[in-house]
Design a protein around this ligand. Structure first.
Ligand code: IPM
Ligand code: MG
Length: 357
């Protein structure tokens, strides 16, 4: 089959890690007889430099015409001084919204080979953990009314969180469906003791839960969830939460797996077109040094095959290649931990993974 994949390299380490993932996809295409057409588009800081805006129309249209989008990362200190709506990060929110990608899947599992890189005590993770964070991605405080105004103490800024029943229902459904395909346990994270949006979130989730009697459902306040994640991560199967809480909890979950450099993500909407990106940022401090870990992007490419192209076997082939290379002891600098291994470069890690496909 022939598939169109839009490639958004972005800034910082984005180009290195996306190129690694593209090489992996090319190898998969040869092995399984597929044809992937990669079309590059600009996004983020590089787009600001070249076109004067972080999300050019051509990029949005290119993504809309594709079967799937593979993204690196955006942003960097060069563009930090720009106003909120001119910043590279705005492009990320813009493309998620333009493609209608309201469901963000962020799996965080402990790679057995990386146990030593996790900051959690051995006895807390001896049985591993495998969590799927389902983050709402196109609503909430990220997209609510904002601005500046005269307040009680003079100039003030404000951002607002708003969620409709429709938005909560559709992310809730995605989470219950995901739970049905996994361990059938779902924890909805909110701040219903304080926030009105959370109270509506909770009420809506409870109504949905009645339709999924096989799923063991519970609610948890976000402050408690932050604590429980590092106290006993194994208690979680699927977590569903709002845009902002999901942003924060997914970074925390990534740390306990050993490194944020390992975690992939899929952003999906109603159809099969999705966008796939590592959950880490553009790491401008190590861009071009060869220190970047390409695994999160390579695993994102695996998710792309699974969710947008329906190529589950091909996805598993990539995932087991990553497992093998880690078991062989190869580590990029971020996952060396207490393994005593000499860190390998982004390039070498990619070569090793390619050789296992
Ligand atoms: C993420 C990132 C983004 C977000 C930033 C870069 C806008 O932190 O994908 O988690 O907050 O969604
Ligand atoms: Mg984040």
């Amino acid at each position: 089959m022939e598939y169109n994949i839009a490639i958004l390299r972005g800034d910082g380490i984005g180009p290195e890690i996306v190129d690694s993932a593209v090489r992996v996809l090319e190898k998969i295409a040869v092995k399984y007889g597929h044809s992937f057409k990669f079309k590059p588009y600009l996004i983020g800081g590089c787009a600001i430099d070249e076109c004067g805006e972080p999300l050019p129309e051509e990029t949005v249209n290119g993504c809309l015409e594709s079967d799937a989008v593979l993204l690196g990362a955006v942003g960097g200190p060069e563009w930090d001084g720009l106003s909120g709506d001119r910043r590279p990060e705005k492009a990320l929110l813009g493309i998620r919204s333009a493609l209608g990608l309201y469901t963000n899947l962020r799996p965080a599992r402990l790679f057995p080979a990386l146990r030593g890189a996790s900051p959690l005590r051995e006895d807390m993770i001896e049985n591993g953990f495998d969590i799927l964070i389902v983050r709402e991605l196109t609503g909430g405080i990220y997209f609510g009314d904002r601005g500046y105004r005269d307040g009680k103490f003079g100039e003030e800024a404000f951002d607002t969180e708003a969620y409709s029943v429709t938005e909560i229902e559709r992310i809730g459904r995605a989470a219950f469906e995901a739970a049905m395909k996994r361990g059938k346990r779902l924890c909805s994270v909110d701040k219903a003791n304080v926030l009105e949006t959370s109270r509506l979130w909770r009420r809506t989730m409870h109504t949905l839960a009645e339709k999924y009697p096989e799923v063991e459902y519970r609610d948890m306040f976000v402050d408690n969830a932050a604590m429980q994640l590092v106290r006993d991560p194994k208690q979680f199967d699927v977590i569903v939460t709002s845009n902002m809480f999901g942003d924060i909890l997914s970074d925390e979950a990534s740390q306990i797996t050993g490194s944020i450099g390992m975690l992939a993500s899929a952003s999906l909407g109603d159809g099969t077109r999705g966008m796939y990106e590592p959950i880490h940022g553009s790491a401008p401090d190590i861009a071009g040094t060869g220190k970047a870990n390409p695994i999160a992007t390579i695993l994102s490419a695996a998710m792309l095959l699974r969710y947008s192209l329906g190529l589950g076997n091909e996805a598993e082939c990539i995932e087991s290649a990553v497992d093998k290379v880690l078991e062989q002891g190869f580590r990029t600098a971020d996952i060396v931990g207490d393994s005593g291994s000499e860190p390998v470069s982004c390039e070498e890690m990619t070569e090793r993974i390619l050789s296992c496909i």
